[in-house]
Design a protein around this ligand. Structure first.
Ligand code: NAD
Length: 485
């Protein structure tokens, strides 16, 4: 069992009061680590270390900081297998997925922002009698708070641009999946990143997370997590005038028109529904099918879902592992029960998976991918974020009808549209209230593009230039050049 410690001012230490929390592998239900249950005092130490490091770090050039990001990417790439195994044990996701997505993307996040930083050119605006120079400076010490579904992937998505722009960091990973954040801290120690530039405090959201939000020495909060937590973040940080980026929950739609390529649409809809056990904020959990193809689509969709191989996350052939915890399993199960009360028909799934693999207690948080039909589009199960391997199917007869159903959601993060007519696809996509819409694909990411949600899915955008803007302050310096006026 690992004994994880905080990483403050370049060294590892326990929480000031020595309290700890257990970290559980959801596939075996064994305790695999303990982490510090940090509090305000630990955040105080982390902020103080970050402040001491601020001048040194921000004095480096963008090029020098980009070199640091490349060094971090190289070091993480060397640890690909370690990251994938650690993430798989901590989350219950298949090792192949952890390797392909979590480990690979954590490396590419650092590499992308290194290259992107080097491409930046100074912005100037010439007037007849003056020149405007847009000067960027770091925000200062920033707080990064991340969820459990893509632990290192989402943390590195924030750490890389924050470091690039010259900020120092106090980060808090999810208490449910702390291991790869620790691995990142170990890597930064090995690389001898200047002390205090990156600080990691572990613990519970309402304790250490809240202390980060409240600390007046932290000038910006980049938060990814649930919408309810996002409300607390906004309520706490906004009156302190911190910069805020909120990447929150979703209830994303997959819209399949009758002219879509059936095989491609089914593959895409299944992937969108069940990747990472449906625990990706971008997952398409409401599937709208044009009525004329609904029967054929549904039959083939269910066949494909039934072919998903559930099992030991460490098995290379496993396509779906567990959900994040036994508590979360119970939450998803409560929605399966609710779906039936709401009049839904379970076409497949709905029960715990008998995988032939189970932890020492004969259990593990395995749930069969679940497909529910016959629910009104505004039923609770079709409206609330479940964040598990459960989707609802709905039919429509016209574009205007499906648009109304899609946009009835309180969320607006992502969506996908499947049609042979890409002009219609683009037009329809532009009418969906959403930060990201894919046409004939899903989770196809170019890191230069804006990422974020509308409505209850968040405020602000990350990605490419938007991340650089968030992690910097702009000053316009106007220099008069013509003495005559
Ligand atoms: P969560 O909101 O419970 O927790 C997220 C983080 O916030 C954790 O580190 C947690 O400890 C911390 N936290 C909790 N209470 C806090 C408080 N009072 N103050 C400060 N921090 C606090 O979310 P989760 O269950 O870890 O993750 C799942 C959610 O994240 C889903 O809703 C999912 O849609 C969302 N998510 C969104 C995106 C996106 O980009 N929009 C990406 C991934 C996940």
């Amino acid at each position: 069992m690992q004994m994880i410690q905080n990483f403050i001012n370049g060294s590892f230490s326990n929480a000031f009061d020595g309290e700890t929390i257990e970290d559980i592998n959801p596939a075996t239900e064994q305790v695999i680590a303990t982490i510090p249950r940090s509090k305000t005092e630990d955040v105080e130490r982390a902020v103080s270390a970050a402040h001491s490091a601020q001048l040194t770090w921000s004095s480096l050039t963008m090029e020098q900081r980009a070199d640091w990001l490349d060094r971090i990417a190289d070091a993480l790439e060397q640890k690909t297998e370690m990251i994938a195994h650690t993430e798989s044990r901590d989350t219950g996701k298949p090792i192949s997925l952890a390797r392909r997505v979590d480990a690979a993307r954590s490396v590419s996040n650092f590499r992308f922002f290194a290259a992107f930083g080097r491409e930046q050119t100074p912005q100037t605006f010439q007037m007849d009698d003056a020149m405007n120079y847009v000067h960027r400076s770091p925000v200062g010490t920033v707080g990064l708070i991340t969820p459990w579904n893509l632990p290192l992937y989402l943390l590195s998505w924030k750490v890389a641009p924050a470091l690039l722009m010259g900020n120092t960091i106090v980060a808090k990973p999810s208490e449910v999946t702390p291991l790869t954040a620790h691995l990142l801290a170990q890597t930064l120690l090995e690389l001898e990143l200047p002390k205090g530039v990156f600080n990691l405090v572990h613990g519970l959201g309402p304790e250490v997370g809240q202390a980060i939000l409240e600390h007046t020495g932290i000038k910006a909060i980049s938060f990814t997590g649930g919408t309810d937590t996002g409300r607390i973040v906004a309520r706490t940080a906004a009156p302190l005038f911190k910069k805020l980026s909120l990447e929150l929950g979703g209830k994303n739609a997959t819209v399949v028109f009758q002219d879509a390529n059936m095989e491609t649409a089914i593959d895409g809809a299944v992937r969108a529904a069940f990747t990472n056990s449906g625990q990706v904020c971008l997952c398409g959990s409401r599937i709208f099918i044009e009525e004329s193809i609904a029967e054929q689509f549904t039959q083939k969709f269910v066949e494909k879902v039934n072919s998903i191989q559930i099992g030991d996350p460490m098995d290379e052939d496993t396509e779906m592992g567990t959900v994040i915890s036994s508590e979360h399993l119970e939450k998803v199960e409560s929605y399966i029960e609710l779906a039936q009360q709401e009049g839904g028909v379970i076409l497949t799934g709905g029960t715990r998976a008998m995988t032939g693999y189970a932890g020492p207690n004969g259990t593990g948080a395995f749930l069969r991918p679940t497909v529910v039909a016959n629910l009104p589009y505004n039923a609770r199960c079709a409206s609330e974020e479940i964040f598990g391997p459960m989707v609802t199917l709905h039919t429509f007869t016209s574009e205007s009808e499906v648009l109304e159903m899609v946009n009835s959601s309180e969320y607006g993060l992502a969506g996908s549209v499947w049609t042979a007519d890409t002009i219609r696809g683009r037009r329809f996509a532009s009418q969906i209230d959403s930060g990201i819409v894919w046409v004939n694909t899903w989770l196809h990411r170019d890191l230069r593009t804006p990422f974020g949600g509308v409505k209850n899915s968040g405020v602000g955008r990350e990605g490419g230039q938007w991340s650089l803007d968030f992690f910097s302050e702009l000053t316009n310096i106007c220099v008069k050049t013509n003495d005559g006026i």
